[in-house]
Design a protein around this ligand. Structure first.
Ligand code: FE2
Length: 380
């Protein structure tokens, strides 16, 4: 094999070098800014089965914050809290409540990721820089996304420590078992009125993503509440970001409620994949995770809508798990209630059995459930 001007040549086939200017290896981690990281870490361990991975704070030379890193299979959450009142972190929490600050993406070259995206119009957040400790080095850069959310590019090939330079392993004597969560399937952003296409364009032009599927407010509306949504995916399909904007309904859209309480655009939900949703959801419910309820009538017509499935419908009904089918197969999914007092960020648990879509067929049942909660809060 020889290398000529961007092509690897073999005697019979030419494989072009990736034309992907932003090769992404996956979601590296998700960083939340929270009011009390120590207690939030306890919640994600106890309720969701995350494991203690790493810690950074004053003891490790980080003077202004404490960060707890939790892991479950491929998912890494970083929970960061400020130690002083005047800081960007404190301001973020004051404005948004607990929420996602950074969606970090693993890349082979963080400097290139920065320069390529900034050249295409991204607003710089973090100039490329390298951090080192005795276990190696990692390079970071970052750009702004919707609202105060940012994307951090992480180049970690040269690092062998538990998380990243500056963090030490977090040994805890409290280690609840995992719940079977394996990977982040997708992360959804809520953006403002009429801003969806602006952010679709951002992911297409600045990050080289493609649009997967779209549905409009005629698809996703109930009597009261509506939204529009488009799904952006990177070339490998490993990173998928649906973008929602509110749509006009008779009463306040659930997206609008989010925007009112998050005080602007931000991450609405993180969907985490499992290989056995029944076991995972049973375990999460046993540990106190609160899910949205769907009416029992949903299950009466389920087989008509999705055909034969492997799971027992009575069991899905008992746990409140939803099912949807597309051309490639089916998926099972369930949504938690918001995990903080502001009605903002929540989680989805998803198991894919071939299906590559996002559960559009469940949106109506789901929205009606969300609206019952919204009405209880007086926000409908
Ligand atoms: Fe989702």
């Amino acid at each position: 094999m020889c290398y000529i001007r961007g092509l690897y040549l073999t005697p019979f086939i030419a494989i072009p070098m990736s034309s992907d200017f932003l090769p992404l290896q996956g979601i590296d981690h998700v960083e939340f800014y929270v009011g009390n990281a120590k207690q939030a870490a306890h919640y994600y361990k106890t309720a969701f089965g995350f494991q203690s991975l790493a810690y950074a704070g004053p003891e490790t030379g980080m003077r202004d914050r404490a960060s707890y890193v939790l892991a479950q299979d491929k998912i890494r959450l970083v929970l960061t809290t400020p130690l002083q009142p005047v800081s960007d972190i404190a301001a973020h929490i004051f404005q948004h409540g607990d929420g996602v600050k950074a969606i970090a993406l693993t890349v082979p070259d963080a400097a290139s990721a920065f320069h390529e995206t900034v050249a295409r119009g991204a607003k710089p957040y973090l100039e490329p820089h390298t951090r080192r400790d005795e276990l190696g080095e990692a390079t970071f850069s970052g750009i702004h996304a919707y609202g105060d959310t940012v994307h951090i590019f992480v180049e970690r090939d040269g690092y062998s420590g538990p998380f990243l330079p500056g963090y030490r392993a977090w040994q805890s004597s409290y280690n609840p078992p995992v719940t079977g969560l394996r990977y982040i399937d997708h992360m959804v952003g809520n953006v403002g009125w009429f801003e969806m296409n602006k952010w679709v364009k951002f992911y297409a032009e600045v990050m080289g993503f493609d649009q997967l599927v779209s549905f409009d407010d005629k698809d996703i509306s109930t009597e009261y509440s509506a939204l529009m949504s488009k799904v952006m995916s990177n070339g490998t399909g490993k990173v998928k970001f649906p973008i929602n904007e509110p749509a006009e309904g008779r009463k306040k859209s659930q997206i609008e409620e989010y925007l009112d309480f998050y005080k602007g655009p931000g991450v609405q939900h993180i969907a985490m994949g499992t290989g056995n949703i029944i076991e995972t959801v049973q375990s999460l419910q046993d540990r106190g995770v609160e899910f949205l309820h769907v009416p029992t009538t949903y299950y009466e017509t389920l087989t008509d809508r999705v055909g034969e499935i492997d799971e027992e419908i009575a069991e899905l009904g008992r746990l409140g798990i939803l099912v949807d089918r597309d051309d490639d197969g089916y998926l099972l999914q369930i949504f938690t209630k918001p995990v903080e007092d502001r009605p903002t960020v929540f989680f989805e648990i998803i198991q894919r059995k071939g299906a590559r879509s996002f559960g559009k067929g469940n949106f109506k049942a789901l929205f009606e459930s969300i609206e019952r909660e919204q009405a209880l809060r007086g926000n409908l």
